[in-house]
Design a protein around this ligand. Structure first.
Ligand code: NAG
Length: 430
């Protein structure tokens, strides 16, 4: 059967684009694996027990009461057969297989005493030791389940930083009530997407919020969610709900969250007075998909209708069935956007919550490292989009979902890629 000339050309383009993407990925992957294997002589991160027991300051912790994660995961089979047991390290190595290795994940290094309501929203976030104070504020403010990934660099300060973690956990009584701490010990800074996945993987309720630790939740989110049947309905369906994000115009005004507005009315007043503005308004594409103008006026949940690939709102999602964050993104730039892009084209629509909002708590940024990494990740992200488009289209076509609403987001975004639409038309008719 002959393929018409223009389609054949486009098909070739599609295949070529896919191949180029794959090659770039392989190169990148090979590079990161090389970096990771050459930077460690031992092969595994061993013995991460803090040597200091009652240092420094007020904390005294019982080293023995902590499970150091050498657990066994067991697969039960029918009675006649022996159970199959796997070391936790093997399971975790596979779960986070795309991250840099070696890396030691310690799930539930501290585990909250509570059993959480499965319908509650677990805040998932990431911190390094310099963010402990702002994290403690988040815990006190939220009073609900929190699953946090804490990265401890495997260097000479490792034990001291672990000790600081114990200090922090002991310094706030709400930690023991609400916070599960998962520690990641390795030599790799800023593996943000891997850390996100760790926090989500071990979250103990059906919904999770992806939140940056320096954002203050200004409203009573848990109460609003429980009282808003529409919000609960979209969450149950596996859609994402967005919390609009703001920041103070004068950085000094944004330092003390106790002075922040606590309801939408007060916020809007401050926006009108130009004291508060939408988050990062110098880069509108990051958040303007939220449609702030509509948000100011409505008291109903509404759908995001102008998603584009730079949109990176703070969202709540259903834990099960939502794609994970691609761990090949390391460092600043594009990591969250890539994660949200994949979620979006997988068929998850975004909806905005009408009453709740976040305000950024100001702190100085280290801009230089960011610039370099952003440049690198921008390239990676372009290839990632093409790869993700082809990967998801293929699965939609083969699962007979290509003509269903589930694939609408993908079509809307991936059709922007040159040659994609024609290639897919051909495939879906073949
Ligand atoms: C968001 O901002 C970008 C860049 O300024 C602009 O091109 C786009 O139209 C805006 N989108 C919306 C929905 O306002």
């Amino acid at each position: 059967m002959g393929i018409p000339q223009p389609i054949a050309k486009l098909l070739r383009f599609g295949v070529l684009a896919y191949l180029t993407g794959s090659v770039l990925y392989t190169v990148h992957y090979g590079f990161t694996s090389f970096v990771s294997s050459s930077s460690s002589s031992s092969g595994t991160v061993q013995d991460i027990r803090p040597r200091m027991v009652s240092e420094p300051s007020q904390a005294i912790f019982e080293v023995d009461s902590i499970v150091y994660s050498d657990q066994i995961v067991e697969w039960k089979t029918s009675e006649k057969h022996p159970d199959h047991k796997v070391d936790e390290d093997v399971v975790i190595h596979k779960v986070f297989a795309n991250a840099m290795q070696p890396s030691k994940v310690l799930p539930y290094y501290f585990k909250a005493a509570q059993d959480f309501d499965p319908e509650s929203v677990t805040i998932t976030t990431l911190i390094t030791f310099d963010r402990y104070p702002v994290f403690s504020k988040l815990v006190t403010n939220y009073q609900g389940p929190i699953s946090v990934s804490i990265h401890i660099n495997d260097d000479e300060d490792r034990d001291e930083n672990l000790a600081k973690l114990h200090d922090m956990y002991n310094s706030n009584p709400y930690m023991k009530e609400f916070v599960d701490v998962h520690v990641v010990v390795d030599k790799f800074n800023r593996q943000f997407n891997m850390w996100r996945n760790v926090a989500r993987f071990f979250a103990r309720s059906n919904y999770f919020m992806m939140l940056d630790v320096d954002f203050h939740i200004c409203t009573n989110l848990q109460q609003h969610l429980s009282l808003d049947p529409e919000a609960r309905r979209v969450m149950k369906e596996g859609k994402a709900v967005v919390l609009p994000a703001f920041e103070y115009v004068n950085q000094e005004d944004g330092e003390d969250s106790s002075t922040f507005p606590k309801d939408k009315e007060t916020l809007i007043k401050l926006v009108k007075e130009k004291k508060i503005t939408t988050f990062h308004d110098f880069f509108p594409k990051g958040h303007n998909g939220t449609n702030y103008e509509l948000w100011y006026q409505t008291d109903q949940v509404y759908k995001v209708t102008s998603y584009q690939h730079s949109y990176e709102p703070y969202i709540i999602l259903r834990k099960e069935g939502t794609p994970w964050c691609d761990e090949r993104f390391v460092g600043y730039g594009a990591n969250k956007a890539a994660c949200l892009f994949e979620i979006y084209i997988s068929g998850v629509d975004y909806y905005v919550l009408p009453k709740d909002f976040l305000i950024h708590q100001s702190h100085p940024y280290k801009e230089e490292t960011r610039k370099q990494e952003r440049k690198y990740n921008r390239k990676l992200y372009q290839n990632f989009q093409e790869e993700a488009c082809f990967r998801y289209s293929r699965s939609f076509v083969q699962a007979n979902q290509w003509d269903q609403p589930k694939s609408n987001n993908l079509k809307e975004q991936c059709n922007k890629i040159k040659g994609f639409k024609q290639a897919m038309n051909y495939f879906s008719q073949a």
